[in-house]
Design a protein. Structure first.
Length: 398
């Protein structure tokens, strides 16, 4: 016998109660007895036995009601109930199971069958206990993981949000834990005027996706603050990611150099979906197409920092998005897709409301929130209104 069980026997017939008590005690178990359902419920609350043998038809309170109350008291713990019954009709046996019974034993009682059923119910009970313990361990581990992510995010936010994402010409949407889904959004003023903006998407999820974010942000902010050109920043980021990231981890990204004084936009897109230059005067939108491999794949000698250059005018906006926008799915598994996005761009008649229209369309389409959707809209900044750029002691070129 692997474990000595406490077994409650609820039987109104004294002879049957004595017979069952003898059989069960000889199997090495501790026996508790009750002569009606009300006594059984009270005894269960007091003793908390491992298993219950319950007669279906008893005075004061029948076995069906007693079984329901015992199951309620047991909560999420599994206390198997074996109904003892002379009932043979199908409906009566179904009623036993619907009341909370896990099995039934027909009268007259067979010692061998009773022992086998007790053993089977005990195995089921122990399996259920194991599942509950594993669930609690998983919940504890998950809470520990979330705590670590909160700490990591707090540290990263001190770096990532030291830029100018709160600038009046920037609108963005990003999950609070997008960092751990690989999405990264950075923006910084240049000493000479204008700003650099980057939307990145690392491969994978969790820590592997976030591991390159800190060194990338360090290079981006440090070199921007020191006045380096976008091409130099691109080369340094690619070289650093190639040096530190494991094989198979890289960063799809779009980087912008917005020069307000010159009215120019430089764009480098490596692996992200098409962004769009949206003109304020009604001219057709300009797709910002990916023409490069993602950052961190190529060796420095093979890497291309060539950017596309476009004129910028007041009222123009740049719209960038991660692949999570196009891959957002509804309850039927249908993707949001590029076609829906382009229809929204075509239908927009109020440029200032476009960002909210896309946000609302995503919420309506997706239903439940998904954590890997990032998008940003950047307008032409007024240089005389911008704050002084932050200075970093480390250029990030290590």
């Amino acid at each position: 016998m692997s474990e000595r069980l406490a077994i409650l026997i609820a039987e109104d017939n004294a002879a049957d109660r004595m017979l069952l008590s003898t059989i069960v005690s000889r199997q090495g178990h501790r026996v508790l007895t009750a002569s009606n359902g009300l006594e059984a419920v009270a005894l269960f609350e007091q003793e908390r036995p491992h298993l219950v043998l319950m007669d279906a038809l008893m005075p004061v309170m029948d076995g069906f009601e007693a079984a329901r109350r015992i199951k309620d008291q047991a909560g999420e713990a599994l206390v198997p109930i074996i109904f003892l019954t002379s009932l043979t009709e199908g409906e009566a046996l179904v009623r036993c199971l619907e009341a909370g019974g896990d099995d039934f034993l027909a009268k007259p009682y067979n010692r061998v069958i009773l022992e086998a059923k007790i053993g089977a119910m005990d195995r089921l009970r122990r399996l259920h206990d194991t599942v509950l313990q594993q669930r609690d361990l998983i919940a504890l581990h998950n809470e520990h993981l979330l705590h670590e992510q909160r700490v990591a995010k707090a540290v990263f936010d001190k770096v990532a949000h030291s830029g100018c994402l709160d600038a009046p010409n920037i609108r963005y949407m990003q999950s609070p834990y997008a960092l751990f889904n690989g999405d990264l959004l950075l923006a910084a003023y240049k000493p000479s005027g204008g700003m650099h903006v980057m939307l990145g998407d690392f491969t994978g999820h969790g820590l592997p996706a976030a591991i390159g974010a800190m060194p990338l942000a360090e290079v981006f902010y440090g070199m921007t603050a020191k006045g380096h050109a976008l091409a130099e920043i691109l080369r340094e980021i690619n070289a650093k990611l190639k040096r530190i990231l494991p094989v198979g981890v890289f960063c799809c990204a779009t980087l912008l150099n917005i020069s307000s004084k010159r009215g120019l936009l430089e764009v480098w897109n490596g692996g992200l979906p098409d962004g769009y230059l949206l003109h304020g005067d009604g001219r057709p939108r300009q797709p910002l197409v990916s023409r490069h491999l993602p950052l961190g794949i190529l060796e420095p000698a093979a890497f291309s920092d060539r950017c596309e250059v476009y004129p910028l005018a007041p009222g123009d906006r740049i719209f960038l998005l991660s692949d999570g926008v196009l891959e957002a799915s509804d309850q039927h598994g249908q993707l949001f897709g590029e076609k829906r996005l382009l229809l929204l761009l075509e239908a927009n008649r109020q440029p200032q409301a476009l960002f909210e229209e896309i946000q609302q369309a995503l919420v309506t389409f997706r239903g439940e929130q998904q954590d890997d959707v990032s998008m940003v809209q950047v307008g032409l900044a007024e240089d005389d209104e911008r704050p002084r750029p932050l200075a970093f002691a480390d250029s990030g070129q290590s």
